[in-house]
Design a binder for this molecule. Structure first.
Ligand code: SAM
Ligand code: SF4
Length: 328
């Protein structure tokens, strides 16, 4: 029988985010520089067998019941469907966050391999702005990828939209309309200080309150429920045309309910998106640690998890790694 993996603040870990790769075919301005980052050498990236072993320890011993594959762009990793099949066999709620460019080709194979849910990132509906924000002219491909995900039967398909002041904050209503028409839930994300270039500033953050007020003034909304451990607060359109979510990491930290841990592409175990410390599970795997020894490392790391990030305090330290390297 699994036992709960509990941190020193009493929070139980239930959810694992795995960065399948640090590489990406996009260069979103809020994530990485135009020239990309120094990608990890192949031999430093965990193999599918190594990822599966760590995931199995977390599922079998501690009852982790949700796994999300992310990156970098998870679908640029060769044979990612093989990894999906291995993790689906663990019996967890398996999800993926993707930029959507490969979904026309991969949505059905991913679904057949056992992926249950998909979030596609889409920050703008304007071709030129899309090219500026992602530094790639691939809006049509992403929109087609969203349709492919719907066609493949993913339900729900959710859209992640990072909102940045002066860039795409004028599109809140257009994105809301897109979600209402397509029957997809848009999850608006506050811009976080995890861009590799260090250009984040508080003045670039559009708050949850502003997002909800702007949309709610045209399409009346009611709060659904308290978010609990989920990162997004959710609202329902009063006319029954679906839901929106907002991830208010900056203006309304939700650390008190966080149930997530993370594994980077190079096998570093992190207990918070903003953590400064990591536990090297790749080294443990490759020196031949037993499952008991690995579990001991995991328990020690979770036991030392901090109360929460300190974005809003003067002593906030940016993590050494950026969003795409941690696995957003
Ligand atoms: N490449 C995939 C994608 O873009 O969906 C998965 C990895 S990406 C790092 C995961 C999510 O993090 C995306 O929804 C992306 O928009 C978001 N993200 C990246 N940088 C961010 C930042 N500085 N602040 C807030 N969200 C960010
Ligand atoms: Fe790539 Fe996703 Fe980062 Fe954009 S947000 S550069 S798609 S990892």
């Amino acid at each position: 029988m699994p036992v709960d993996l509990v941190d020193s603040f009493g929070r139980v870990v239930r959810d694992l985010r795995i960065a399948v790769t640090d590489r990406c075919n996009f260069r979103c301005t809020y994530c990485m520089p135009e020239e990309g980052l120094d990608w990890l050498p192949r031999d430093e990236v965990l193999s599918f067998e190594e990822i599966e072993r760590i995931a199995r320890i977390l599922v079998d011993r501690y009852g982790i019941n949700g796994i999300r594959l992310t990156g970098g762009e998870p679908t640029v990793r060769a044979h990612v469907t093989t990894l999906v099949a291995k993790l689906a066999a663990l019996g967890v709620d398996l999800a993926m966050t993707t930029n959507g460019t490969t979904l026309r080709m991969l949505a059905q194979p991913l679904r057949d391999a056992g992926l249950r849910r998909v979030n596609v990132s889409l920050d703008t509906l304007h071709t030129e702005r899309f090219s500026e924000m992602t530094r790639r002219d691939e809006l049509t491909k992403v929109l087609d990828g969203i349709d492919a995900a719907i066609d493949a039967g993913f339900d729900p398909v959710k859209i992640n939209a990072v909102i940045e002041r002066g860039v795409n904050d004028g599109e809140l209503l257009d994105l809301a309309v897109f979600g209402r028409q397509r029957g997809v839930e848009i999850r608006f994300i506050e811009f976080m200080p995890l861009d590799a270039q260090g250009e984040w500033g508080r003045q670039k953050v559009v708050s949850q309150d502003e997002i909800v007020d702007t949309i709610g003034s045209v399409f009346p909304l009611e709060r659904v429920t308290a978010r609990g451990a989920a990162p997004a607060d959710r609202w329902r359109y009063l006319d029954g045309k679906g839901l929106i979510g907002v991830i208010p990491t900056v203006t309304k930290a939700f650390c008190g309910d966080c149930d997530r841990v993370r594994l980077t592409a190079d096998g570093q175990f992190r207990t918070c998106l903003f953590a400064i410390d990591e536990t090297d599970l790749r080294a443990a795997l490759r020196r031949g640690d037993t499952d008991d020894e690995m579990a001991g490392l995991i328990e020690r790391a979770v036991g030392a998890k901090w109360a929460g990030h300190q974005i809003n305090q003067v002593n906030f330290l940016r993590p050494r790694r950026s969003m795409s390297q941690i696995g957003g």
